[in-house]
Design a protein around this ligand. Structure first.
Ligand code: GLP
Length: 233
């Protein structure tokens, strides 16, 4: 893992932007994208830049089960508002959280990833060390699957909803195997709240209790941390 420490999320997002621009210039055409507050500044950088993704494909990590594309809190809406409205891709994929047959939807999504191998995957990290919506104890061998969200994740994501009861309890997420298949991975983390997860991901053993620890086994991972997120290293 290559660790880059920066002062704050603004400097970190500028660095991340440069890496993406470089990858795009060098021929990367499939970008794995993440939601959450972590990549927001990066998406702003992309929107303000002259980068053109009309030759590229985006594949998002996950979606809440039960929310449709047009739902205010869906990850579709999030991506549209923060990136796609300004920087559309040739084609953008996000799992369908409203699919009647979720198992079939997971299979379909695996097909999308198989047909479009991810060149660069952007990741945030959950407070409990999760990546995508792969919660602690998830098998490293899974591809796209349905997830029962942990209380810690529901509470962390509550801030995007009016009340805790509104937060979906299930999600459909790319699996760890799918994430590990990306050619390059760029993980971002900001703030003290991520410090413990980052410490375990980098310094701890590779264990299912810390899903992100598997990234130690990937051959091309760049981790960009602000001072607070890197304070336990
Ligand atoms: C959710 C998303 C993850 C994201 C995590 C952290 O669980 N599924 O992809 O990394 O939240 O979110 P934030 O960046 O808001 O801290």
């Amino acid at each position: 893992m290559k660790i880059i420490k920066v002062k704050d999320k603004y400097e970190g997002s500028k660095k991340a932007f440069k890496l993406i621009k470089e990858a795009h210039l060098n021929g990367s055409k499939v970008f794995g994208l993440a939601t959450g507050s972590t990549p927001l500044e990066l998406y702003k950088e992309l929107c303000e830049s002259s980068i053109n993704f009309l030759d590229s494909i985006s594949i998002n990590l996950d979606e809440y089960v039960g929310l449709s594309k047009g739902d205010k809190q869906s990850y579709w809406t999030f991506m549209y508002q923060h990136l796609f409205i300004i920087k559309p891709f040739k084609k953008s994929y996000i799992p369908n959280g409203k699919a009647v047959d979720l198992a079939a939807e997971a299979k379909r999504y695996d097909g999308v990833i198989k047909d479009n191998p991810i060149d660069l995957q952007i990741l945030g990290i959950g407070n409990n060390g999760h990546i995508g919506f792969n919660e602690p104890k998830t098998s490293f061998a899974l591809t796209t699957h349905i997830v029962q969200l942990t209380n810690s994740t529901i509470e962390a994501n509550q801030r995007f909803f009016a009340k805790k009861e509104d937060v979906p309890t299930k999600a459909i997420s790319m699996g760890i195997k799918s994430i590990m298949n990306a050619k390059k991975i760029l993980l971002l983390a900001w703030g003290e709240i991520k410090a413990k997860a980052i410490e375990s991901m980098i310094k701890g053993p590779v264990v299912k209790d810390i899903p992100s620890s598997i990234l130690q086994k990937h051959q091309d991972v760049v981790v960009i941390l602000d001072e607070a997120a890197g304070s336990k290293l």
